[in-house]
Design a protein around this ligand. Structure first.
Ligand SMILES: CC(C)(COP(=O)(O)OP(=O)(O)OC[C@H]1O[C@@H](n2cnc3c(N)ncnc32)[C@H](O)[C@@H]1OP(=O)(O)O)[C@@H](O)C(=O)NCCC(=O)NCCS
Length: 319
């Protein structure tokens, strides 16, 4: 029998975000592809999104979001001993982004790696950070969801170019007197790899929108109750629902079928952020915090879902 560290509790200490400066409206997209503000607004619920400039890279946006979260938590970069970057748009196959992000944030030789679970990446990574702290493998973790999807979409394809966008969101996770992050429910459906796919480094994203929509509003939706139950709660106990910001109609469809309280706060960041894959959940939470729609101690239910197919979610207490 080997020696182990005693189990610890983990909680989120703060969120942070980075949004590229450039706002791209539906009208601007309609000058390039055959679409309209009316079609995008009613079918997807996006009004505008952010596009990163050349100097805004996966690494630089992750650093900015991470710095924002560390500042809000009052944590120095040097205290971070685990850094996880959730991304499916890292510019190089090797090295991964996380060690560079850690170095630029002044973290001293932390565990650092990328997670590619597409739009579920933030929830997978939050689970890993929580597990590492609970197991004593880390004391202060930084989890960053970041994407530069505009490098990987065909800007002449109206079915994908109107949806995807860029940005970064981050969370600081640390030891706590009580567990603030509930058990993660995660899973995959590897029989549908082609639903959202980038076939190789020299090819662009392809998506079967209808298949993704159907999966999200049937199989993924059914997981929301399981996520809640894993924390010993009912949907009526949830104060804030933060689904992956994929499509406003998917969010509305989920809400109609789920027994949340009437006063549950629902993240609808997609309207102004577009679909930023692994960054969408922490960006949406940052928006709610900025707008004063979230209070410390609120019970937040998240669910991320996307390419793979993969999904993951958990309940946590708002810092
Ligand atoms: C992509 C999506 C918005 C398409 O909406 P939809 O209602 O399923 O639309 P369809 O694909 O059935 O297409 C309906 C019509 O609109 C057209 N259309 C597609 N994109 C359009 C656009 N940007 N502007 C105008 N018309 C468009 C189609 O060509 C089609 O025309 P047709 O009937 O003449 O053939 C929708 O399927 C979706 O949101 N899916 C989920 C995608 C998602 O969440 N992806 C990320 C997961 S992480």
């Amino acid at each position: 029998m080997l020696q182990t560290t005693p189990p610890q509790h983990a909680a989120i200490e703060a969120f942070g975000a980075y949004r590229p400066a450039r706002v791209v409206t539906n009208d601007e997209l309609a000058t390039r592809v055959d679409t309209s503000d009316e079609w995008i607004t009613t079918r997807v619920g996006i009004k505008e999104r952010r596009y990163a400039a050349a100097h805004e890279t996966v690494v630089s946006m992750a650093v900015e979001a991470g710095r924002d979260a560390l500042g809000k938590a009052g944590v120095a970069g040097g205290e971070v001993d685990l850094l996880i970057v959730a991304t499916c748009t890292a510019p190089s196959q090797l090295p991964s982004a996380a060690p560079q992000v850690a170095h630029l944030l002044g973290a001293s030789a932390p565990g650092a790696y990328d997670v590619n679970a597409a739009c579920a990446g933030f929830c997978y990574s939050l689970a890993q950070a929580s597990h590492a702290i609970q197991a004593g493998a880390a004391q202060k973790a930084l989890v960053i969801g970041v994407e530069k999807l505009t490098d990987w979409i065909d800007h002449d394809d109206r079915t994908t170019s109107i949806i995807f966008a860029d940005g970064a969101g981050a969370a600081v996770v640390g030891r706590s007197g009580a567990q603030g992050i509930g058990p993660t429910v995660w899973g995959s459906a590897g029989d549908r790899p082609e639903a959202i796919i980038i076939r190789s480094r020299d090819q662009l994203l392809e998506m079967d929108g209808r298949a993704v929509f159907r999966w999200a509003t049937t199989e993924v939706r059914a997981e929301v109750d399981r996520i809640c139950g894993a924390s010993g709660l009912s949907l009526r106990d949830i104060d804030i629902f933060v689904p992956h910001q994929a499509n406003m109609r998917i969010i509305d469809n989920m809400l109609r079928a789920l027994d949340f309280r009437d006063d549950v706060v629902v993240a609808r960041d997609i309207a102004l952020a577009g679909n930023t894959s692994a960054a969408s959940i922490p960006l949406a939470i940052d928006t709610l915090l900025d707008a004063g729609q979230a209070t410390s101690g609120d019970k937040v239910l998240t669910i991320g879902f996307g390419a793979g197919l993969t999904f993951a979610g958990q309940v946590f207490e708002m810092p």
